[in-house]
Design a protein around this ligand. Structure first.
Ligand code: A2P
Length: 279
């Protein structure tokens, strides 16, 4: 059972008005697992209420109660797929960040607040049908793609799925590399990913087999050369973009230059964007 977080609730009989528990108030979920990758990145899993529905790729508000009892919430992409019984999140740690400086200390058994209204545009339905799906990510922008690569629907809709992940340092690629390497053993999508899914990692501030920003590698054609695929083509290529504001803007400009049109839930098209959680 999820606790109600309505702070008006207590053991004594409440006045009639206070009994109107806010139906949109976050629920308190239990932390099940925490894994730290670097001093800047970690992932955690929490319980998922039976009533919590979302589409693979969406984000939701999560957070912690503040000392004054009011919740401190931020938008987070859900990193687990819609079929999973638990919820996974991939987070940055910002030393002076109001939420992440505290969230990074959570332990199994602790409570995390979960909003009730998942939403977002990095969903398969916001794209028109195509052959090859690109997921371009930097930093924690990989999170929604951690959800999408674990969903069979992704492989039913596309012949080829290419995930790119660019970070400053090698250690920041651990989450995406482990997750995608392990997918071949996944009972649900293990067979589907073989020959269809590829992860293309690059680093910008440390030695790595592939160096440089993804925007540079799209612009100079190295991405397509390395992958052995033709340049972007609106007839068959679709793209999802998630990273910092600047990364999104620069990558979006390259999609537009290649002739792709931005889509949304109400008007699906050839690429979609979403800002990664930042602080
Ligand atoms: P760089 O090291 O050249 O800044 P951050 O942790 O700051 O969000 O960065 C994550 C990754 O995104 C880094 O490798 C960074 O490269 C890259 N990046 C930052 N800005 C852009 C941009 N405008 N376009 C493409 N990649 C970017």
């Amino acid at each position: 059972m999820n606790e109600s977080l309505d702070m008006t609730a207590d053991a004594s009989p409440a006045p009639a008005a206070a009994q109107n528990v806010n139906p949109n108030a976050p629920t308190a979920e239990t932390v099940l697992e925490v894994e730290h990758y670097t001093d800047r990145l970690f992932r955690f899993r929490i319980t998922r209420p039976r009533s919590f529905r979302f589409r693979t790729g969406e984000f939701v508000m999560i957070g912690l109660p503040k000392e004054d009892g009011r919740p401190l919430l931020r938008a987070y992409s859900i990193a687990s797929p819609a079929w999973d019984e638990e919820l996974e999140f991939y987070s940055i740690k910002v030393p002076d960040g109001p939420l992440t400086s505290r969230l990074c200390n959570i332990q199994p058994g602790d409570k995390v607040l979960l909003g009730k209204k998942p939403t977002g545009t990095l969903v398969l339905d916001a794209l028109t049908p195509g052959k090859r799906l690109y997921m371009f990510s930097t930093g924690t922008g990989f999170a929604p793609f951690a959800s999408l690569v674990r969903d069979p629907d992704t492989y039913e809709r596309y012949e080829e799925v290419i995930v790119t992940h660019t970070c400053r340092e090698n250690a920041e690629l651990t989450y995406s590399q482990n997750l995608i390497n392990d997918l071949v053993n996944d009972p649900l999508v293990g067979e589907m990913v073989q020959g269809k899914l590829r992860l293309y990692t690059t680093c910008t501030r440390e030695d790595h087999p592939r160096m440089g920003r993804i925007t540079t590698l799209i612009e100079n054609g190295k991405l397509f050369e390395d992958l052995g695929v033709p340049p972007l083509d609106p007839a068959c290529d679709r793209a999802m973009i998630c990273g910092s504001m600047e990364m999104i803007q620069d990558t979006k400009n390259l999609m537009i230059a290649a002739g792709l049109t931005e889509g949304s839930n109400s008007a699906p098209a050839e690429f979609v964007i979403e800002k990664a959680f930042a602080g």
